[in-house]
Design a protein around this ligand. Structure first.
Ligand code: SAM
Length: 471
């Protein structure tokens, strides 16, 4: 029945296989020999199967868990260096016809005003985001074929890409909208989107159906098979995710990795990113109503085990998590974070953070400048790079760059050049000072002398007013 190559949800996310995996992991969670062998395999940095990774997740031996954390950190450094890519969500509309019981946008919630941005409002939001320094957005919308049809989403993408404001431009629009048809994915692809992101919420079919009692999202197979349709439509960067807290985390973890294995088996390329959101408090939503909330420690362990299992996949942490937790978890393998986020429709134009249409409570409420400053002090390079996708390095072409270890001569200088743009155009005084010193130090680390020379020159050109360089 289990078949990673099948295009049927229930065959590539096979309940029986997940249950057997969990039983195997439980039976072996103290099997030192096996655990050491799995860690040794992970040290080769070529990934782990869902079964192997599940054993590590089940293991509670403290010395082994420390080893897993250290290795996650090492893998992150090797493939992603100390760069952290920055992005912000942009909420277009909270109209929704679904009944997702964890989401405040559910159709029965009468406590929130329904809003949908006009194109003029999209412009204002994007200008506000550009003035913060953002170059990469993830657009978000509820599912509503009448209020938010694909034509509306496409129009918004066109508007976003068209706005040149001062030295700013949004250079990559990722899209997080409900599962749709191959035809619509083709249209999104033609509109030049970056990653198509869709969270599975839960892989457990029975829970999924209860948590999505009505509306188009109720259909488990249609939702679970969405990434295959997206890839059929030409989108080769897709982002997976689970909403942790809805069902048992070990089940979700195994299934998430099976989903990644499925994409690799069928399309030859795994997910571009994996997001690990946790259910948060929101209007009409109390996370305590879900029994499966996970502790910060388990959350860190999940992140580290994902890092070991899929070394080439980017990992995203949003402002759902607090500054403290983000600091702890970034070192375990996270490569992208949001900053300065507002999760309400039209929220960026407001002076004060509005709560009326917020999708969830934002824990990390710092400004983008504060987040950039904090990252640099913690030894990271905040990157506003969007080069790969604009150079056509998507799907397996991105993965091969990552696998060949060329990141240091490509992503690293791109990060430094885009950080330089940020410092010159948007940063506060202290942030700029820290950043300038960091750029000088980091330029020295570029191993290819020719690349180092060009990058150093370009950093000077940016100071003089030129923009948008990339390798
Ligand atoms: N409507 C689209 C869909 O159904 O896939 C995607 C957009 S939705 C705005 C983005 C994600 O927010 C959802 O996939 C869900 O995982 C997450 N979300 C919803 N309610 C949440 C809550 N209370 N706390 C944290 N995340 C939540």
């Amino acid at each position: 029945m289990y078949n990673p190559k099948s295009l049927k949800a229930e065959e590539f996310i096979c309940d029986e296989e997940i249950k057997e995996t969990l039983a195997y992991a439980e039976a072996n969670k103290e099997n030192v020999e096996l655990i050491d062998a799995i860690i040794a395999k992970a040290e080769l940095k070529k990934g782990l199967s869902h079964r192997e990774a599940s054993v590590l997740l089940a293991c509670e031996m403290q010395d082994k868990v420390e080893k897993i954390y250290d290795l996650a950190e090492q893998i992150k450094k090797e493939f992603y260096g100390n760069r952290i890519v920055m992005f912000a969500p942009l909420y277009l509309s909270n109209y929704c016809v679904n009944k997702c019981v964890y989401c405040p946008y559910h159709i029965q919630n009468k406590h929130i005003p329904r809003k949908k941005l006009t194109q003029e409002e999209v412009r204002k939001e994007v200008i506000a985001l550009q003035d913060m320094g953002h170059k990469r957005l993830a657009i978000e919308a509820g599912e509503d074929p009448v209020n938010n049809p694909i034509e509306y989403i496409l129009e918004c993408i066109k508007t976003i890409y068209s706005i040149q404001h001062k030295n700013g431009a949004i250079r990559r629009v990722n899209v997080n909208i409900a599962a749709t048809t191959v035809e619509n994915y083709k249209k999104l692809h033609e509109a030049g989107i970056g990653t198509y992101i869709l969270f599975q919420e839960t892989y457990h079919k029975e829970s999924y159906e209860k948590l999505h009692p009505a509306g188009p999202k109720h259909n488990y197979a249609y939702h679970t098979e969405a990434m295959d349709r997206a890839m059929e439509g030409g989108i080769d960067d897709v982002g997976l995710g689970v909403l942790f807290g809805l069902d048992k985390y070990k089940y979700e973890f195994a299934a998430l990795l099976m989903h990644a294995e499925h994409l690799e088996a069928v399309h030859g390329v795994g997910p571009h990113t994996i997001s690990v959101p946790r259910v948060k408090k929101a209007n009409d939503i109390d996370p305590a109503q879900f029994d499966n909330g996970i502790s910060d420690d388990i959350f860190c362990k999940i992140t580290a085990c994902i890092r070991l299992a899929v070394p080439y996949t980017g990992m995203i942490i949003s402002t759902r998590e607090s500054a403290e937790l983000r600091e702890k978890i970034i070192r375990l393998g996270v490569s992208q974070i949001s900053g300065g986020s507002r999760t309400s429709v039209g929220g960026y134009q407001e002076e004060e953070r509005p709560h009326d249409t917020e999708q969830f409570d934002v824990s990390d409420q710092r400004t983008l400048d504060e987040v950039v400053n904090w990252l640099m002090k913690a030894g990271y390079i905040p990157s506003f790079c969007t080069a790969c996708y604009r150079e056509g390095r998507t799907g397996d072409r991105f993965m091969s760059l990552c696998k060949s270890g060329q990141i240091i001569n490509c992503c690293h200088p791109n990060a430094l050049m885009t950080l330089k743009e940020y410092l010159v155009d948007y940063a506060g005084e202290e942030t700029r000072k820290i950043g300038e010193a960091l750029i000088q130090r980091e330029l020295e680390k570029i191993t290819n002398e020719q690349v180092k020379k060009i990058a150093t020159e370009r950093v000077c050109f940016i100071e003089e007013g030129k923009r948008d360089f990339r390798f």
